[in-house]
Design a protein around this ligand. Structure first.
Ligand code: ADP
Ligand code: MG
Length: 697
């Protein structure tokens, strides 16, 4: 049979209907699919041992001769044994195969084989169970580096190895070389054929590295090119031009002077909005850096030009907080501010919707409710998404679609390393607020074991005595769902039952520990009205201790809160802990963060100590990325980017910059990739983004 790239796998020996179905689950239908199905790991089977010299307890290759004909015995129904003794100059090895009756005919006395398996010793007798074996001189998967593929039920690694080997042997050279020659030479990348051969069956680990580098680069290159094209195309669309106004007019309304970073970002925004092209900007700033006022400024500009703005927040608590602070700031400036969340009564919603459609609201603040049908704007000019990493690309697009190419401003408190931000938000411009308002003292952070609990409660009492307020965060309510919120990682030791459930814990604190203080609790399962009341009471200083789940993680701002205690701290991710810590240190008082844990995991302790030792959100997020990987970091594909096969968006940062730079240069020379030599690039970009219609096509 002649195998070509297009040959269906059903034509490969050993692949029937059933196996073909299973292979299809892995995305494998044709020969070419096999060649681009990359191993997740490798086994080094190059070293071949003699029977006596083989190390015990690990998989090794042994070269030996079958000393007898294999003996088949049927122990009982469903249990066959094949036994065989093999020998070399100095030793003997006793091999047993379970339920592999065919072996009796496959192995011949007097022939030399390589056996791959684990050697064990019983007394002086060396044994091996169920090895893989090949005739010496006819070896495919012994004496070499062997790929380990991602599998599915019913498909063994051996089968995939066998199929892929045939595919690679027959047509690795036919795989198209899609990288432009210049790019390949500039970055010293291996050729396509070499790379495909060696990513599957590496001649050496050096060869594997070359292959991997080329294929990873390629992936990042097409990703970068696609995102850059998108950005380029945005240049053609017309947006509303919102004229700049003297910033002083806005500043006069603020109770504080701006930081240099805030001012710089506001100027960037003002320039974007006046340009006549739709703004698409990510404002990244650590917790407490003052992003809200930047958004307020943009809305003020829009309102001044007769345009409406929408601000979308990830939780009701946050939407209400924004509503309170922004009404206070902007209403006196003549900006009419409205609120739309899921918990507003139907009649109330209707009123807000009508006012929006009639242009009687200039700035609407809300949750996902803003996306629902029936929410229409008279003249939407600006859309702001707060804490954007919680919104998918699709949701952002859905809100923007309610206007005619409105300006888009995305605010994120999760500090993402810059290169990664450019990839994930590749079609956005990025501003960074890299300066905190003056007078903030860093939050003192301590990692504390359970046995110090009593002392910690004394500390709570002391701070409350000084007029401060305290948050206590628990990982979960009775159940661990939090509506639309991302969930806590369950990675710690100890059963979930150990978790300090919010309601019971709060009651216990109130009755047994702080009978004289006011303790309240907050969690995602409460009715929105209840949540609102609890938050309002805390903000007004009526409650002294607030026990809460992570619903307060995002953006909540109560400057008088000076201590946050996090129970079972090892169960939270680093970035999340940093967010939580950002709830304190917002006022003029020295603030504290206490991480309580009883973990025995060295790694978890390491993580908590990292947090205790630095306040730099960028450093923390880089650490987090290293520990958890970007997939986890952003939730399951929340960012809406195409899936990478090889590239690790956190780990391959250097290669990523190279690929980005290279894609940028290519697109400068040929913005639409229409020159014949760049066609293959365009094809690959299209394929890569085929599943991501929001971004491309
Ligand atoms: P975040 O970036 O986390 O959203 P906020 O916008 O909630 O931060 O601001 C945090 C706190 O800092 C708020 O109380 C806000 O009023 C205050 N703030 C913002 N900018 C300044 C500034 N330039 N000087 C002093 N306080 C500021
Ligand atoms: Mg905020």
């Amino acid at each position: 049979m002649e195998i070509t790239l297009n040959t269906p796998l059903t034509e490969f020996p050993g692949v029937g209907e059933v196996r073909a179905k299973k292979l299809e689950k892995l995305g494998l239908v044709r020969c070419a699919d096999l060649i681009s199905y990359f191993p997740r790991d490798y086994e080094d089977r190059r070293q071949v041992y003699s029977i006596r010299s083989a190390p015990l307890g690990q998989k090794v290759c042994i070269s030996a001769m079958a000393a007898e004909h294999p003996r088949l015995s049927r122990i009982r129904k469903g249990l066959d044994l094949v036994k065989l003794k093999v020998v070399d100059q100095a030793g003997a090895l006793h091999i047993t195969f379970f339920n592999q009756g065919y072996v009796e005919r496959a192995l011949r006395a007097g022939e030399e084989y390589i056996f791959y398996g684990v050697v064990e010793e019983q007394g002086s007798r060396r044994t091996m169970v169920n090895p893989i074996f090949e005739r010496v001189g006819k070896q495919n998967f012994t004496g070499c580096i062997v790929p380990v593929y991602p599998l599915t039920a019913g498909i063994t690694n051996h089968l995939l190895c066998t199929l892929t080997q045939q595919a690679v042997a027959a047509c690795a050279q036919d795989m198209p070389e899609t990288l432009p020659r210049g790019v390949r030479l500039d970055h010293e990348l291996a050729q396509a054929e070499f790379s495909y051969r060696n990513i599957h069956f590496p001649e050496s680990f050096q060869a594997l590295e070359l292959a991997r580098r080329r294929l990873t680069f390629e992936e990042l290159f097409y990703l970068s090119a696609g995102l850059a094209m998108l950005k380029g195309r945005r240049g053609d669309v017309l947006g509303c031009a919102i004229p700049s106004r003297p910033m002083e007019e806005f500043l006069a309304r603020l109770p504080f002077p701006l930081t240099g970073a805030q001012r710089r970002v506001m100027e960037e925004i003002s320039r974007d909005m006046a340009s006549g092209r739709p703004m698409n900007r990510l404002v990244q700033g650590d917790v407490g850096s003052g992003k809200t006022v930047v958004a307020a400024y943009a809305a003020w500009l829009a309102a001044g030009a007769g345009y409406q703005s929408a601000l979308m927040a990830p939780t009701e608590v946050l939407a209400e907080q924004h509503f309170r602070s922004l009404s206070a700031l902007l209403e006196p400036a003549g900006v009419r501010v409205g609120l739309l969340t899921g918990s507003i009564t139907p009649a109330g919603k209707k009123k807000v919707r009508q006012a929006l459609a009639a242009g009687e609201i200039d700035l609407i603040i809300g949750t996902h409710a803003l996306l629902s049908q029936g929410v229409e704007f008279a003249k939407l000019g600006l859309m702001v998404a707060d804490e954007q990493h919680r919104f998918g690309v699709a949701q952002r697009a859905a809100l923007a679609a309610k206007g005619d190419s409105p300006h888009v401003l995305v605010m994120s408190a999760t500090p993402i390393p810059r290169t990664l931000a450019l990839i994930i938000y590749g079609d956005l411009d990025v501003s960074v607020i890299d300066e905190l308002p003056p007078g903030r003292t860093p939050v003192e952070t301590y990692v504390v074991r359970e046995d110090k609990r009593a002392r910690m409660y004394n500390f709570v009492r002391r701070l409350v005595g000084e007029g401060r307020q305290v948050y206590i965060i628990c990982p979960a309510v009775e159940e661990n769902t939090e509506g639309t919120m991302q969930n806590v990682e369950w990675e710690g030791d100890g059963p979930a039952l150990d978790l300090k459930a919010v309601t019971t814990y709060a009651k216990k604190l109130q009755t047994e520990v702080f009978p004289d203080l006011r303790v309240d609790f907050l969690h995602g399962k409460m009715k929105p009205r209840e949540k609102e009341a609890v938050m309002a009471a805390f903000a007004a200083g009526e409650t002294q201790v607030l026990v809460s789940t992570t619903v307060i993680e995002v953006g909540v701002d109560v400057p008088n809160a000076a201590l946050i205690i996090i129970e079972n701290a090892e169960r939270f991710g680093l970035s999340q802990l940093h967010q939580l810590r950002g709830r304190v240190g917002r006022g003029k008082h020295q603030s504290y963060c206490v991480l309580i844990t009883n973990t025995r995991s060295v790694e978890a302790m390491q993580r908590l100590r990292t947090l205790a030792s630095t306040a730099d959100g960028f450093k923390i997020s880089e650490e987090d990325l290293k520990l958890r990987g970007p997939g986890d970091f952003f939730g399951s594909r929340q960012h809406g980017l195409p899936q990478m096969k090889l590239a690790d968006l956190a780990g391959d940062m250097r290669l990523l910059s190279e690929a980005q730079e290279s894609a940028r240069r290519l697109l400068m020379a040929d913005p639409t990739l229409s020159q014949p030599e760049n066609r293959p690039v365009l094809e690959r970009v299209r394929t890569l983004f085929a599943d991501t219609p929001d971004i491309f096509n």
